[in-house]
Write a protein that binds this ligand. Structure first.
Ligand code: DGY
Length: 324
């Protein structure tokens, strides 16, 4: 019997080697070796049985159309906006992702961003690094209080829920916005549903956790930023495209909001000449939400389980979409 052909779009870390070794027992596995040169996925896909996406490279209908043997696309990550899932469903290609496992790590990162934005950790650490800290100056870097402030969580899925749990530990008042209310979680966590505009107007910290979709594209634009408090901090740990970056730059430079802390941008990476990079009130991390040893390894493990299941024509253990 011929071995399944599998392609992984980016290098996997050495700690994942035992998992890859297991996959190689039954599959012919090619792992693209470069982070800098994008994988030639459109060309590779034509002869594949299984594809693992690591990163957010677009997988289009046309690419799937050119791949007669493709059985499964396994995304190492929860967000799947880069994969044309409807086309996959139509074509009978299973698509898997890694939900749940990264919610805790991403919520931790959200709080790291929230604290960094609120307590000015970006500019203050640059100040120390620049050898400007010559005497203790109690008038420097006054940030805003996190505890007992109001957090507005936009998108109340698994990650939003974890963020709300952490917010309780900081004695924050919690507002959330979601298309469908979660009254069970409202009761459990003592949080309140608010329409988006009300949430924007009332929150000291607005954190974004909605999936990227045509409905959420640039849902935070000039009008929404104007509604926020001038002292507010915007945190984005979801997808860069949810925020209009030109409007964000304007809001940060004109003082419409106090700060932003972003783990995601549009595009990624940000071009080196992006004006956001040099703003002292814009803290930017290079998409690290789920980047802990435990979580990333578990994500790879789940994705490889999905891959094996799909190759063997079985239902994927972790998926938002099943082959019909
Ligand atoms: C996710 O899981 O979607 C993260 O963005 C990492 O890819």
């Amino acid at each position: 019997m011929s071995r399944h052909k599998v392609f992984v779009t980016r290098p996997l870390p050495p700690v994942a080697e035992p998992l890859i070794k297991r996959l190689r027992q039954t599959c012919e596995v090619e792992i693209w070796p470069s982070m800098d040169d994008p994988a030639p996925t459109a060309e590779k896909i034509r002869s594949l049985d299984g594809l693992a996406t690591y990163g957010h490279e677009p997988i289009t209908d046309a690419m799937m159309a050119s791949a007669p043997n493709l059985k499964v696309i396994s995304n190492i990550g929860v967000g799947h906006d880069h994969i044309d899932s409807e086309a996959a469903r139509r074509r009978g290609v299973a698509v898997g992702n890694t939900p749940g496992v990264l919610s805790g790590a991403t919520a931790d990162m959200t709080f790291a961003l929230l604290l960094a934005g609120g307590r000015l950790l970006g500019p203050s650490s640059r100040y120390v690094r620049a050898r400007q800290w010559r005497s203790y100056d109690p008038n420097l870097f006054w940030g805003c209080e996190v505890h007992h402030s109001t957090i507005g969580i936009v998108g109340m899925g698994r990650i939003g829920y974890e963020v709300a749990k952490r917010a309780r530990g900081f004695d924050m008042k919690i507002l959330y916005y979601k298309r469908n209310r979660r009254e069970d979680w409202e009761r459990e966590l003592g949080m309140r549903y608010a329409p988006l505009n009300e949430l924007l107007e009332a929150s000291d910290f607005v954190t974004l956790h909605a999936p990227m979709s045509p409905e959420t594209k640039e849902m935070i634009g000039a009008a929404e930023l104007k509604r926020m408090k001038r002292t507010a901090v915007l945190v984005n740990a979801a997808r860069g495209g949810i925020v209009d970056h030109a409007a964000l730059h304007e809001a940060l430079t004109s003082g419409e909001i106090a700060a932003a802390a972003l783990d995601v941008t549009e595009p990624e990476p940000l071009p080196f000449d992006s004006p956001l990079i040099d703003l002292d009130n814009c803290f930017i991390a290079p998409h690290l939400g789920s980047a802990t040893v435990e979580t990333r390894l578990k994500m790879i493990e789940m994705a490889l389980e999905n891959l094996m299941a799909g190759l063997n024509g079985k239902p994927l253990p972790y998926s938002f979409l099943e082959r019909t």
